[in-house]
Design a protein around this ligand. Sequence first.
Ligand code: COA
Length: 377
Amino acid sequence: MPYAQIEGWGMHLPSRIVPNESFVKMGLDTSDEWISSRTGIEERRLAGHNEATSDMAVKAAHRALRSAEAHASDVDLVIVATCTPDHIMPSTASLVQNRLGARRAGALDLNAACSGFVYALAMGAGQIEANRARRVLVVGADELSLHLDWRDRGTCVLFGDGAGAVLLRAAVEPGILKSTMGSDGSGADLLMIPGGGSRYASNGRNGSNNSGGRYLRMNGAQIFRWATQMMSRAAEEVIHDSGLKADQIDLFIPHQANLRIIESTARRLGLSEDRVFSNVGRYGNTSAASIPIALCEAIASGRVDEGDNLVLTSFGAGLSWAALALRWTVPIEGHPSRWTPIRQTFESRMAAVRSAMRRQQRRVRASLDERFRADGG
Ligand code: COA
């Protein structure tokens, strides 16, 4: 049975930085002191007007392919974990697959809200372990800022936008060790964006006028209590199932939602500060992108070495949670060849040309069919 290992990683953050002070300037009844002391968040990034989830996902994915020196055409499956897709359909993953030029790959979105990336990583690894794929690109990308009510101080200060990606490959040594996924739909109402789906349809079909339905709503205190328990429970489960002890965990990368949740989870697991990664201060909660962004930054800051045991744990709307233990197997130092970015640019252009040609071909074929029918064929 093949194993799955991470061989490439990449992230993208929008350039617009919004510090806590901006909310005060907007007239919101809050303060930098309140936000940073209750959440650890100091600033977050927000996507630009023309920046959709797939735009961020493609940039993160390109970087992941580049760090692995892999070709887009080597990828068998693209999974995009997101709860803020570009469209209800098609999947954001199909848009990413097309723009990367991953022409052999299947593509699907996975929605487990903030838990989505760890879910997707476990599913991608499963495809490799079942011998159904050799390379899987797993992206976590979200743009929750589109669903924030900027008058609601209890939610709008918490979230940011971004994307992160990893490339998984088949290998003879284990990388991904164990994973667990869970859900408790009895808490679905605690964190939701009610509109945009079939329950509160915008055409009013289900008796709804959809007012306010596009905004994220949350019971922060209940989520907080549940998350502090769930995060440590899920982490303990994968640590135990992997045959590891807590003191063998070199780095714990939890979902970046609130520093107090992260610290409480680390205390429950008995992990010292130097074995816990957090960047929630700079990005806020980026939903499905939070863990891959944290992983990339942990790698860039020298916190991950070959042979290290890592534990990723996430929680989110659903309620949903997931945890995954992995052994880091690839050298960090390897610098991609200087030709790689040039090759990637060439591949992206070729992908755009191929995509345009296919569209054109379909148009020509459709008009020929029409003429044929009109001629009584
Ligand atoms: N600025 C100032 N005051 C604020 C505020 C803000 N941005 N947001 C909430 N408050 C107020 C509340 O209105 C409340 O006021 P009241 O006592 O007059 O009613 C007071 O602060 C305390 O609210 P409380 O909810 O008890 O605060 P808290 O310490 O629990 O922190 C959260 C609130 C939202 C930061 C915290 O509950 C949390 O992080 N929950 C988890 C949310 C999360 O992770 N969601 C994403 C899941 S993926």
